[in-house]
Design a binder for this molecule. Structure first.
Ligand code: DGL
Length: 276
Protein backbone atom coordinates (compact mmCIF):
# COMPACT_ATOMS: atom_id res chain seq x y z
CA UNK A 1 0.00 0.00 0.00
CA UNK A 2 1.17 3.53 -0.87
CA UNK A 3 2.74 5.38 2.07
CA UNK A 4 1.61 8.98 2.60
CA UNK A 5 4.17 11.70 3.31
CA UNK A 6 3.41 13.93 6.32
CA UNK A 7 2.13 17.42 5.50
CA UNK A 8 0.27 20.43 6.90
CA UNK A 9 -3.36 20.34 8.01
CA UNK A 10 -5.50 21.89 5.27
CA UNK A 11 -8.11 24.46 6.27
CA UNK A 12 -10.61 25.39 3.57
CA UNK A 13 -13.20 28.13 3.29
CA UNK A 14 -15.02 29.84 0.46
CA UNK A 15 -13.22 33.04 1.47
CA UNK A 16 -12.15 34.76 4.66
CA UNK A 17 -14.63 33.25 7.13
CA UNK A 18 -12.58 30.13 7.85
CA UNK A 19 -9.87 32.36 9.28
CA UNK A 20 -12.07 32.75 12.38
CA UNK A 21 -11.79 28.97 12.79
CA UNK A 22 -8.08 28.82 11.89
CA UNK A 23 -7.34 31.40 14.59
CA UNK A 24 -8.79 29.18 17.32
CA UNK A 25 -7.22 26.02 15.87
CA UNK A 26 -3.79 27.70 15.88
CA UNK A 27 -4.34 28.80 19.49
CA UNK A 28 -5.37 25.30 20.58
CA UNK A 29 -2.83 23.36 18.46
CA UNK A 30 0.08 25.77 17.81
CA UNK A 31 2.64 23.04 17.10
CA UNK A 32 1.07 21.89 13.79
CA UNK A 33 1.61 23.30 10.29
CA UNK A 34 -1.44 24.65 8.45
CA UNK A 35 -2.25 25.42 4.84
CA UNK A 36 -5.26 27.73 4.49
CA UNK A 37 -7.10 27.95 1.18
CA UNK A 38 -9.71 30.64 0.52
CA UNK A 39 -11.65 30.26 -2.72
CA UNK A 40 -12.20 34.03 -2.77
CA UNK A 41 -12.60 34.20 -6.55
CA UNK A 42 -15.74 32.02 -6.36
CA UNK A 43 -17.12 33.21 -3.00
CA UNK A 44 -19.73 33.57 -1.67
CA UNK A 45 -20.91 29.96 -1.68
CA UNK A 46 -23.90 30.70 0.56
CA UNK A 47 -26.51 31.10 -2.16
CA UNK A 48 -25.06 28.64 -4.70
CA UNK A 49 -26.62 25.31 -5.67
CA UNK A 50 -25.70 21.99 -4.06
CA UNK A 51 -24.02 20.89 -7.28
CA UNK A 52 -21.75 23.92 -7.51
CA UNK A 53 -20.78 23.99 -3.83
CA UNK A 54 -19.95 20.28 -4.06
CA UNK A 55 -17.92 20.75 -7.27
CA UNK A 56 -15.98 23.78 -5.92
CA UNK A 57 -15.33 22.12 -2.55
CA UNK A 58 -14.12 18.87 -4.13
CA UNK A 59 -11.75 20.82 -6.39
CA UNK A 60 -10.39 22.71 -3.36
CA UNK A 61 -9.94 19.50 -1.35
CA UNK A 62 -8.05 17.85 -4.23
CA UNK A 63 -5.86 20.94 -4.46
CA UNK A 64 -5.00 20.76 -0.76
CA UNK A 65 -4.26 17.02 -1.10
CA UNK A 66 -1.93 17.76 -4.02
CA UNK A 67 -0.23 20.40 -1.86
CA UNK A 68 0.58 17.64 0.65
CA UNK A 69 -2.27 17.77 3.18
CA UNK A 70 -3.50 14.42 4.52
CA UNK A 71 -6.19 15.98 6.70
CA UNK A 72 -8.47 18.79 5.50
CA UNK A 73 -10.92 20.74 7.64
CA UNK A 74 -13.85 22.29 5.79
CA UNK A 75 -13.96 25.44 7.91
CA UNK A 76 -17.07 26.54 6.04
CA UNK A 77 -20.58 25.60 7.09
CA UNK A 78 -21.95 25.84 3.56
CA UNK A 79 -19.32 23.44 2.21
CA UNK A 80 -19.77 21.16 5.24
CA UNK A 81 -23.55 21.15 4.70
CA UNK A 82 -23.57 20.61 0.97
CA UNK A 83 -20.40 18.69 0.11
CA UNK A 84 -18.81 16.92 3.08
CA UNK A 85 -20.93 13.77 3.20
CA UNK A 86 -20.58 13.09 -0.55
CA UNK A 87 -16.84 13.72 -0.50
CA UNK A 88 -16.37 11.42 2.51
CA UNK A 89 -18.54 8.63 1.16
CA UNK A 90 -18.14 8.77 -2.63
CA UNK A 91 -14.90 10.56 -3.48
CA UNK A 92 -12.35 9.87 -0.75
CA UNK A 93 -12.16 6.08 -1.19
CA UNK A 94 -11.24 6.60 -4.85
CA UNK A 95 -8.81 9.50 -4.24
CA UNK A 96 -6.87 8.16 -1.26
CA UNK A 97 -8.42 6.10 1.51
CA UNK A 98 -5.71 7.26 3.94
CA UNK A 99 -6.69 10.93 3.77
CA UNK A 100 -9.52 12.54 5.73
CA UNK A 101 -11.88 15.48 5.36
CA UNK A 102 -13.73 16.80 8.42
CA UNK A 103 -16.38 19.52 8.76
CA UNK A 104 -17.71 22.01 11.29
CA UNK A 105 -21.37 21.05 11.63
CA UNK A 106 -21.10 17.75 13.50
CA UNK A 107 -18.81 19.13 16.29
CA UNK A 108 -21.10 22.14 16.72
CA UNK A 109 -24.20 19.91 16.87
CA UNK A 110 -22.49 17.68 19.46
CA UNK A 111 -21.69 20.74 21.55
CA UNK A 112 -25.27 22.09 21.40
CA UNK A 113 -26.69 18.66 22.26
CA UNK A 114 -24.49 18.61 25.37
CA UNK A 115 -25.81 21.96 26.68
CA UNK A 116 -29.09 22.71 28.47
CA UNK A 117 -30.51 24.49 25.40
CA UNK A 118 -34.07 23.55 24.45
CA UNK A 119 -34.64 26.18 21.73
CA UNK A 120 -31.61 26.72 19.50
CA UNK A 121 -31.54 28.99 16.47
CA UNK A 122 -28.77 28.53 13.92
CA UNK A 123 -27.96 31.74 12.07
CA UNK A 124 -26.37 30.71 8.77
CA UNK A 125 -26.15 31.27 5.02
CA UNK A 126 -29.33 30.48 3.04
CA UNK A 127 -27.58 27.35 1.70
CA UNK A 128 -26.74 25.95 5.13
CA UNK A 129 -30.21 26.82 6.48
CA UNK A 130 -31.98 25.18 3.51
CA UNK A 131 -29.92 22.01 3.86
CA UNK A 132 -31.37 21.51 7.37
CA UNK A 133 -28.04 19.90 8.32
CA UNK A 134 -28.07 21.36 11.85
CA UNK A 135 -31.66 20.23 12.50
CA UNK A 136 -30.79 16.70 11.31
CA UNK A 137 -27.53 16.44 13.30
CA UNK A 138 -28.88 17.95 16.55
CA UNK A 139 -32.03 15.86 16.32
CA UNK A 140 -29.97 12.65 16.09
CA UNK A 141 -28.18 13.58 19.31
CA UNK A 142 -30.94 15.28 21.31
CA UNK A 143 -34.46 15.30 19.83
CA UNK A 144 -35.75 17.40 22.75
CA UNK A 145 -34.09 20.51 21.27
CA UNK A 146 -36.23 22.60 18.92
CA UNK A 147 -33.97 23.90 16.14
CA UNK A 148 -34.71 26.95 13.99
CA UNK A 149 -32.42 27.52 11.01
CA UNK A 150 -32.40 31.12 9.86
CA UNK A 151 -30.75 32.16 6.60
CA UNK A 152 -29.07 35.58 6.85
CA UNK A 153 -28.17 36.36 3.21
CA UNK A 154 -26.77 39.87 3.78
CA UNK A 155 -24.33 39.14 6.60
CA UNK A 156 -21.52 37.63 4.50
CA UNK A 157 -21.52 40.53 1.99
CA UNK A 158 -21.46 43.00 4.92
CA UNK A 159 -18.38 41.27 6.38
CA UNK A 160 -16.63 40.76 3.01
CA UNK A 161 -17.05 44.46 2.27
CA UNK A 162 -15.56 45.58 5.57
CA UNK A 163 -18.88 47.04 6.84
CA UNK A 164 -19.27 44.87 9.96
CA UNK A 165 -18.53 47.64 12.45
CA UNK A 166 -20.45 50.39 10.63
CA UNK A 167 -23.95 51.73 11.39
CA UNK A 168 -25.32 50.45 8.08
CA UNK A 169 -24.91 46.86 9.30
CA UNK A 170 -27.35 47.42 12.20
CA UNK A 171 -30.50 47.16 10.11
CA UNK A 172 -29.67 43.73 8.70
CA UNK A 173 -28.38 42.39 12.01
CA UNK A 174 -31.65 43.36 13.74
CA UNK A 175 -33.77 42.08 10.81
CA UNK A 176 -32.57 38.46 10.93
CA UNK A 177 -32.45 38.29 14.71
CA UNK A 178 -36.03 39.56 14.93
CA UNK A 179 -37.20 37.16 12.22
CA UNK A 180 -35.64 34.21 14.07
CA UNK A 181 -37.32 35.32 17.31
CA UNK A 182 -40.66 35.65 15.49
CA UNK A 183 -40.32 32.01 14.37
CA UNK A 184 -39.56 30.82 17.91
CA UNK A 185 -39.95 33.38 20.74
CA UNK A 186 -38.46 30.89 23.22
CA UNK A 187 -35.00 30.78 21.61
CA UNK A 188 -32.37 30.43 24.36
CA UNK A 189 -29.27 29.98 22.14
CA UNK A 190 -28.03 31.49 18.90
CA UNK A 191 -25.40 29.46 17.05
CA UNK A 192 -23.33 31.52 14.62
CA UNK A 193 -23.46 28.80 11.94
CA UNK A 194 -21.36 30.66 9.39
CA UNK A 195 -17.67 31.28 9.88
CA UNK A 196 -17.97 34.93 8.82
CA UNK A 197 -20.41 35.82 11.58
CA UNK A 198 -18.00 36.13 14.55
CA UNK A 199 -16.88 39.37 12.88
CA UNK A 200 -20.44 40.66 13.48
CA UNK A 201 -20.54 39.36 17.05
CA UNK A 202 -20.54 42.78 18.80
CA UNK A 203 -23.66 43.81 16.87
CA UNK A 204 -25.35 40.40 17.15
CA UNK A 205 -24.84 40.63 20.94
CA UNK A 206 -26.08 44.22 21.01
CA UNK A 207 -29.35 43.42 19.23
CA UNK A 208 -30.10 40.04 20.85
CA UNK A 209 -32.05 39.71 24.11
CA UNK A 210 -29.48 39.56 26.93
CA UNK A 211 -30.65 36.14 28.17
CA UNK A 212 -29.85 34.47 24.83
CA UNK A 213 -26.54 32.64 24.73
CA UNK A 214 -24.45 33.18 21.61
CA UNK A 215 -22.26 30.28 20.51
CA UNK A 216 -19.35 30.71 18.08
CA UNK A 217 -17.67 27.70 16.48
CA UNK A 218 -13.91 28.34 16.61
CA UNK A 219 -13.14 26.81 19.99
CA UNK A 220 -15.61 23.97 19.44
CA UNK A 221 -13.96 22.98 16.16
CA UNK A 222 -10.46 23.38 17.64
CA UNK A 223 -11.34 21.13 20.61
CA UNK A 224 -12.90 18.58 18.29
CA UNK A 225 -9.78 18.53 16.07
CA UNK A 226 -7.53 18.08 19.13
CA UNK A 227 -9.73 15.19 20.23
CA UNK A 228 -9.69 13.66 16.72
CA UNK A 229 -5.88 13.80 16.52
CA UNK A 230 -5.50 12.23 19.96
CA UNK A 231 -7.84 9.38 18.95
CA UNK A 232 -6.14 8.90 15.57
CA UNK A 233 -2.37 8.66 16.10
CA UNK A 234 -2.01 7.30 12.54
CA UNK A 235 -3.32 10.65 11.21
CA UNK A 236 -1.43 12.67 13.81
CA UNK A 237 1.80 11.13 12.47
CA UNK A 238 0.84 12.39 8.99
CA UNK A 239 0.56 16.01 10.21
CA UNK A 240 3.83 17.96 10.31
CA UNK A 241 4.66 19.99 13.38
CA UNK A 242 6.68 23.11 12.63
CA UNK A 243 4.24 25.77 13.86
CA UNK A 244 3.99 27.36 10.39
CA UNK A 245 0.93 28.56 8.47
CA UNK A 246 0.79 29.26 4.74
CA UNK A 247 -2.07 30.91 2.88
CA UNK A 248 -3.48 30.33 -0.60
CA UNK A 249 -6.20 32.34 -2.32
CA UNK A 250 -7.85 32.01 -5.72
CA UNK A 251 -8.16 35.80 -6.00
CA UNK A 252 -5.86 38.79 -5.65
CA UNK A 253 -3.26 38.03 -2.97
CA UNK A 254 -2.74 41.68 -1.89
CA UNK A 255 -6.44 42.00 -1.13
CA UNK A 256 -6.41 38.67 0.68
CA UNK A 257 -3.42 39.73 2.81
CA UNK A 258 -5.11 42.99 3.81
CA UNK A 259 -8.42 41.42 4.82
CA UNK A 260 -6.89 38.27 6.33
CA UNK A 261 -4.73 40.44 8.60
CA UNK A 262 -7.96 42.06 9.82
CA UNK A 263 -9.44 38.65 10.71
CA UNK A 264 -6.26 37.24 12.26
CA UNK A 265 -4.70 40.38 13.69
CA UNK A 266 -1.24 39.47 12.39
CA UNK A 267 0.45 40.10 9.01
CA UNK A 268 -0.35 37.59 6.27
CA UNK A 269 1.45 36.88 3.01
CA UNK A 270 -0.53 34.66 0.63
CA UNK A 271 0.02 33.06 -2.78
CA UNK A 272 -2.51 33.16 -5.57
CA UNK A 273 -3.47 29.86 -7.17
CA UNK A 274 -5.93 28.78 -9.85
CA UNK A 275 -8.52 26.08 -9.26
CA UNK A 276 -9.14 23.60 -10.79
N1 DGL B 1 -18.15 31.16 5.61
C1 DGL B 1 -19.08 30.32 4.94
C2 DGL B 1 -19.87 29.48 5.92
O1 DGL B 1 -19.42 29.20 7.02
C3 DGL B 1 -20.04 31.01 4.01
C4 DGL B 1 -19.56 32.16 3.23
C5 DGL B 1 -20.10 32.12 1.82
O2 DGL B 1 -21.29 32.36 1.60
O3 DGL B 1 -19.28 31.84 0.97
O4 DGL B 1 -20.96 29.07 5.61
Amino acid sequence: MKKNTPGPIGVFDSGYGGLTILKDIQKRLPEYDYLYLGDNARAPYGSRSFRLVYQFTLEAVKNLFEAGCNLVILACNTASAKALRTIQQNDLPGIDANRRVLGVIRPTAEYIASTSSRHTAVLATPGTAQSKSYTIEIDKLNPAIRVTEKGCPMWVPIVENGEAANDGADWFVKKYINEALATDPEIDTFVLGCTHYPVLLPKIRQFSPQEIRIVTQGEIVADSLADYLSRHPEMDRLCTKGGETRFLTTEDSDKFDRLAAMFLQYPVSSNKISIP
